[in-house]
Design a protein around this ligand. Structure first.
Ligand code: PDD
Length: 281
């Protein structure tokens, strides 16, 4: 039985219960993080804790713990779930209070963490790439906050699933923002582009690392708005996330991307990414 952390206690997952008055349950009033764990070690943890702080600030929930306390809880949970490769999920909601849109006063946030086995993506995702669809980005204008309120993301991802695709790439005003659960990139004439950090995209931790690896290895990369036509004519398209790393997209809305195979720029980035991972774990 997996062990989870709930409001100060490490308990078996089937014993973990929250009140129906929790504002996460009633209002989607909370934020979360997903942190990959490789060989028992939380990958880029300091960056995830910084983004956690930014999300808490964005929704005006006081951080219940210091970074050192978070690190202790996270490492304890990893160990209790037999180390190895895991996907650690952490959420903070505004807590339990009578239903009201106005924030309650003097209520402690609810804190929940769980850790599940992290399965690498299927080999075929890397040898052949994945299918994606495009869809209108129907989310709010604070996508930089990692809010638990994922109904729009879920609806868009389900559209991809219904179309036999693995991800939905989101278009807002004819520009690519990101994926329903990933950041997105295009490669045009050897140059990598990804949408700039603003309120329309999540500042992905994997995205930051990709940008740094590109800079360190003389791979041209620009954080710039990507038009729909640039997306449709790209030589390569990739997505990235903490649980999937960097994945090539080879079919978009049924049209072949580039030559239909994962491209050379993606291959180079994947090698750099895997090398970086090996160095830090
Ligand atoms: N999602 N954009 C969105 C909308 C996301 O949901 C995610 C990740 C990312 C990538 O961010 P990062 O590299 O920090 O994982 C971008 C996680 C994995 C999830 O919701 O499960």
């Amino acid at each position: 039985m997996a062990i989870v952390y709930l409001n100060g206690e490490f308990i078996p997952a089937d014993k973990a219960q929250v009140s129906v008055y929790d504002r996460g349950y009633l209002l989607g009033d909370g934020i979360y993080e997903v942190i990959p764990v490789y060989a028992g070690s939380a990958f880029l943890l300091d960056r995830h804790l910084q983004r956690l702080q930014n999300s808490l600030d964005g929704v005006r929930i006081e951080n219940p713990f210091s970074d050192a306390q978070w690190t202790g809880i996270i490492n304890d949970l990893i160990a209790r779930n037999n180390a190895g490769d895991q996907s650690l999920y952490l959420q903070v909601t505004r807590g339990v209070a009578p239903r009201d849109h106005i924030f309650p006063i003097g209520v402690a946030p609810s804190v929940f963490l769980m850790s599940n086995p992290l399965h690498p993506v299927a080999d075929s995702w890397k040898t052949d790439g994945i299918k994606a669809i495009t869809t209108a980005d129907i989310r709010w204008m604070r996508c930089d906050i990692k809010a638990i309120t994922l109904l729009a993301n879920s609806l868009m991802k389900q559209l991809a699933q219904d179309a036999g695709a693995q991800e939905a790439l989101l278009l807002r005003d004819n520009y690519l923002t990101e994926g329903s659960a990933s950041n997105a990139y295009v490669v045009i004439d050897g140059v990598i582009f990804t949408a700039p950090k603003d309120e329309k995209v999540l500042p992905g931790i994997t995205r930051d690392l990709i940008i740094e690896l590109a800079a360190q290895n003389d791979m041209p990369l620009h954080e710039r708005a990507i038009s729909e036509s640039a997306l449709r004519n790209a030589d390569e398209i990739w997505i990235s996330s903490s649980t999937k790393e960097v994945v090539p997209v080879t079919l978009l809305d049924g049209e072949i991307v580039g030559n239909g195979k994962p491209g050379p720029v993606w291959q180079q980035m994947d090698i750099l990414f895997q090398r970086y991972k090996q160095e830090v774990i």
